[in-house]
Design a protein around this ligand. Structure first.
Ligand code: MCA
Ligand code: AMP
Length: 485
């Protein structure tokens, strides 16, 4: 049974290190006093935006908002103008919290700003807010339209971290190393709030590099969290450099998530280091729901059994529950339990599409073995792309490209990529001759959306394959090569 407080270390802080970014760090005691001081300065607000750069101040801002019982909206500082405008208009934050001296873009100029300083006055932690109250609103893509704000209650964060701690024997002696962005669940909830709830420490690398990971693991780390792209790069580095292999070898746990880890990368890391990376599975809306347990078999092809407290079932295309457990019958994963979100902000329609009778339709397709372990097979919607662990909606990129005068028609797909898992590919019917330069189109997308949504490849076609209703047959596109880069 976990603590009723989301971050119990705030009320009973110790003098041990809590958070480290490069050379700068805070102990639990310093973090608690500073967060309490900032929480005391926050005006009564429903939501605050946090300019989520990979810096110590971002952690402090989120912890202060949580201490005050105000929902934090972590904002990717690299968002393009259109996406940022959407997030601000949708979430309507009353304040934006940012590190001192950070220049904020025009879209945020109308939102009052509070600088989060490590020299802030200290204070006392306010009483614990209602566990059902929103803690975070995390924006994530759907197949069409702009990203939706996933409203996560305090109860879900606490339940998920506790279940992961049980699965991985995660304790206050662990030092978690990672380089994940702080505006998604993986980096923020697991990567920062996890160590703070459990009572250990997080060492954040600010940006990912294999050398940086190895240096931190060798210095202090016991666990590493990363996306498969990071493990793909670590596999190559460990094969080349014995010191990187040695650093990975001595970690207690290497955990991969957010997308499928290629079995070949699992094997390469195992061969170079003797360590078997374990996988866990989840989504923003449900948090993490399955994980290979640290004392279970560390196989490459499974995301493990459901976490304690998570109800999980597979359903067929008619919504009938599959109870085969034969490792062969595939079905869509549905999950229920305390880790679920409250709904999409301002989108009861979209919430109703995925939530029914307390169950979340994940859109992920899997089999389940007799041992209860899940094996992911794919996604129902091909219009959701996972690239570098980022969830990207094809529709959003298509809308952005259609706004370019040189584009008459477009379809966006995800193609297999050994490094990124999937690569964003745009199939374009040009409106002009010659067609716009590929760099021009990628730049255009990056001014409107986040940089990872830029197409990596653009292929020009005279026409898109369509069915009799005019819908693009995306499955046929894979067979074309098109012109372009
Ligand atoms: C990228 N670049 C481009 C293009 N795309 N340049 C031109 N045209 C393009 N189309 C540039 C980049 O800006 C970068 O430039 C350089 O190319 C290399 O980019 P990339 O290959 O993407 O590598 P990277 O920048 O090193 O990033 C890889 C990464 C990153 C570190 C693995 O993708 C990442 O942090 N992923 C984590 C995603 C994540 O946390 N997802 C969690 C959500 P330059 O070097 O100049 O910048 S999922 C979740 O939360 C759930 C609950 C779950 O299950 O976990
Ligand atoms: P997001 O909402 O960005 O958190 O993305 C959630 C999606 O990431 C899930 O619906 C899955 O498709 C995918 N995902 C997360 N973890 C894994 C994993 N271990 N293996 C395969 N796919 C994963």
């Amino acid at each position: 049974m976990g603590s009723p407080a989301l971050l119990p270390t705030l009320a009973r802080p110790t003098g041990t290190e809590a958070v480290r970014f490069g050379q700068r760090s805070l102990t639990h005691r310093e973090l608690s006093a500073l967060a309490a001081g900032i929480a005391g300065c926050l005006p009564p607000a429903k939501r605050v935006a946090v300019w989520a750069q990979p810096v110590l101040e971002t952690c402090l801002a989120v912890v202060a908002a949580l201490a005050a019982g105000v929902a934090a909206v972590p904002v990717n500082p690299q968002l393009g103008a259109r996406e940022l405008r959407h997030v601000i208009r949708d979430a309507r934050p009353e304040l934006v919290l940012a590190a001192p001296g950070t220049a904020l873009p025009e879209e945020l100029q109308t939102v009052p700003r509070l600088d989060i300083s490590l020299r802030a006055p200290t204070g006392m932690i306010p009483p614990e807010p209602d566990p059902e109250s929103p803690a975070l609103i995390v924006y994530t893509s759907g197949t069409t339209g702009p990203p939706k704000g996933v409203v996560l209650p305090r109860r879900a964060l606490a339940a998920d971290i506790d279940a992961l701690a049980a699965a991985w024997k995660w304790t206050d002696r662990d030092v978690l190393v990672h380089a994940l962005p702080l505006f998604h669940v993986h980096g923020l909830v697991l990567g920062v709030l996890g160590p703070l709830r459990v009572g250990g420490a997080v060492h954040h690398l600010t940006s990912f590099s294999a050398d940086g990971v190895a240096e931190r693991l060798a210095a202090a780390g016991t666990m590493l969290f990363g996306v498969p792209t990071m493990y793909h790069r670590l596999a190559a580095a460990a094969e080349q450099d014995p010191s990187i292999a040695a650093a990975l070898r001595q970690a207690r746990l290497l955990v991969s998530g957010s997308a499928a880890l290629a079995p070949s990368d699992h094997q390469r890391i195992a061969a170079a280091t003797g360590q078997h990376v374990i996988q866990r599975y989840g989504m923003t809306e449900s948090l993490i729901t399955c994980a290979v347990r640290c004392d279970g078999p560390r196989r490459p092809d499974t995301v493990g059994p459901p976490l304690d407290g998570v109800a999980l079932r597979l359903v067929d295309d008619h919504g009938e529950i599959i109870d085969a457990g034969d490792d062969e019958t595939i079905g869509e994963i549905e999950v229920a339990g305390p880790t679920l979100f409250l709904g999409y902000l301002n989108r009861p329609d979209a919430t109703a599409e995925v939530l029914h009778d307390g169950w979340l339709r994940t859109g992920d397709v899997a089999t389940r073995g007799p041992d209860g372990d899940l094996r992911l097979v794919g996604r129902k919607a091909t219009d959701l792309i996972k690239s570098g662990g980022y969830r990207i909606g094809a529709g959003e990129i298509e809308d952005a490209l259609l706004d370019h005068p040189g584009v008459a028609e477009v379809a966006v797909t995800g193609e297999p990529d050994p490094d990124l898992g999937q690569r964003v590919v745009a199939w374009v019917v040009a409106a002009s001759s010659p067609p716009p330069a590929v760099e021009e189109l990628t730049r255009h997308v990056a001014t409107l959306l986040a940089p990872h949504k830029r197409p990596r490849t653009v292929r020009y076609l005279p026409a898109l394959p369509r069915n009799e209703l005019g819908k693009v047959r995306k499955s046929e596109l894979a067979g074309f090569t098109g012109d372009g880069a």
